[in-house]
Write a protein that binds this ligand. Structure first.
Ligand code: COA
Length: 322
């Protein structure tokens, strides 16, 4: 049996920080409201001209260094992003060029906040099928570019960043299972309705920014993530107490706490970065993983449950032995 093993992790956040107090100057909100309703106190924002690929490159270099891998080792590049640098080539191809990787498959995945979970699921299948041996999997976003900074319902929630892992074929587990889902029925609850084909008018703010029915998304996220926890444990025949760490998508501390309760996981075994990063969409899970690996909380051999929920709706989980 061949497993997909995480050989190294990396993360990168742009230097510029936007605090809740700074947001108070921009929209009718307060630090107290944002903290209480979301758990977010600050988020990082890319500078003008700093792109998703710029963030992805730094995270990828750190993951490759941690894994002890060079550009010649990588034979698959996947970037999960909703905010690519350009229409084409894909951000994965742009990243490949930056890193001096030539010839292997490289493509983007668009599953919004579940993007990294999808990307890891695809990489796992490539590796287990023998189609790749060592993959670079990145979640990277400049969500700030598609946020309406005059809309208090959404602008307080999001931030920019990138996280990456290098995964390789191994005889030791490894990724144990990936569960990926989507239901396009809920498109209208969370979306950026404009696009290349439909068109949008960024100046007029028509269709170019995140639109969200927050309360409905919140309820769906809580019930769906509760279900994915049960599904993942049931599918693998393992109990709640077998999971050492929950690494959730970082959208809202109240959603995270509800999932932790479902898993009967004490909060000191839940990786929380939403307070410092906000919701970085596809970057949030790999950034949280990298944070807890680098500060020594997550150790080799421990069992991790990663989960995410996002626009689509999309949702999914990855269960693995680190
Ligand atoms: N500052 C102050 N007040 C705000 C506000 C802000 N930034 N944003 C909304 N409000 C107000 C609303 O206008 C509303 O006022 P009203 O009662 O006078 O109409 C009130 O706060 C409550 O709004 P509501 O939307 O019911 O709050 P909530 O408890 O659901 O929290 C979210 C709002 C967005 C934080 C929450 O719904 C959420 O996190 N949703 C999921 C978001 C998410 O995860 N999205 C991405 C999925 S990947």
């Amino acid at each position: 049996m061949k497993y997909t093993h995480i050989a190294g992790t990396g993360g990168f956040l742009p230097e510029k920080v936007l605090t809740n107090h700074q947001l108070e100057e921009m929209v009718d909100t307060s630090d107290e409201w944002i903290l209480e309703r979301t758990g977010i106190s600050k988020r990082h924002i890319a500078e003008d001209g700093q792109t998703t690929c710029d963030l992805a490159e730094q995270a990828a270099r750190r993951a490759m260094e941690a894994a002890g891998k060079g550009s010649y080792d990588i034979d698959l590049v996947i970037v999960a992003t909703t905010t690519p640098d350009q229409v084409f080539p894909s951000t994965a191809c742009l990243l490949q060029q930056r890193l001096g990787i030539h010839g292997c498959a490289a493509f983007d995945i668009q599953a919004v906040c579940t993007g990294f979970i999808y990307a890891l699921g695809v990489a796992d299948n490539f590796i287990r099928a023998g189609s790749a041996r060592c993959a670079l999997v990145v979640g990277a976003e400049t969500l700030s570019r598609i946020v309406d900074w005059s809309d208090r319902d959404t602008c307080v929630l999001f931030g920019d960043g990138a996280g990456a892992v290098v995964v390789e074929a191994s005889d030791e587990p490894g990724i144990i299972s990936t569960r990926l889902h989507a239901d396009g029925e809920y498109e209208s609850l969370l979306r950026v309705p404009g696009g290349i084909s439909k068109g949008f008018d960024k100046e007029a703010g028509m269709g170019a920014f995140v639109e969200m029915r927050g309360n409905e998304v919140f309820k769906m996220a809580v019930t769906t993530l509760g279900r994915i926890v049960d599904e993942t444990l049931g599918h693998n025949g393992i109990g709640k107490s077998d999971v050492d760490w929950l690494i959730p998508h970082q959208a809202n501390i109240r959603i995270i706490k509800a999932t932790a309760r479902k898993l009967r996981m004490p909060m000191d075994h839940v990786v929380v970065t939403v307070d410092e990063h906000g919701n970085t969409s596809a970057a949030s899970v790999p950034l949280a993983l990298d944070t807890a690996v680098r500060d020594g909380r997550i150790k080799r051999g421990e069992t991790l449950l990663m989960e995410a929920f996002g626009g689509g709706f999309t949702w999914g989980s990855v269960l693995l032995k680190y």
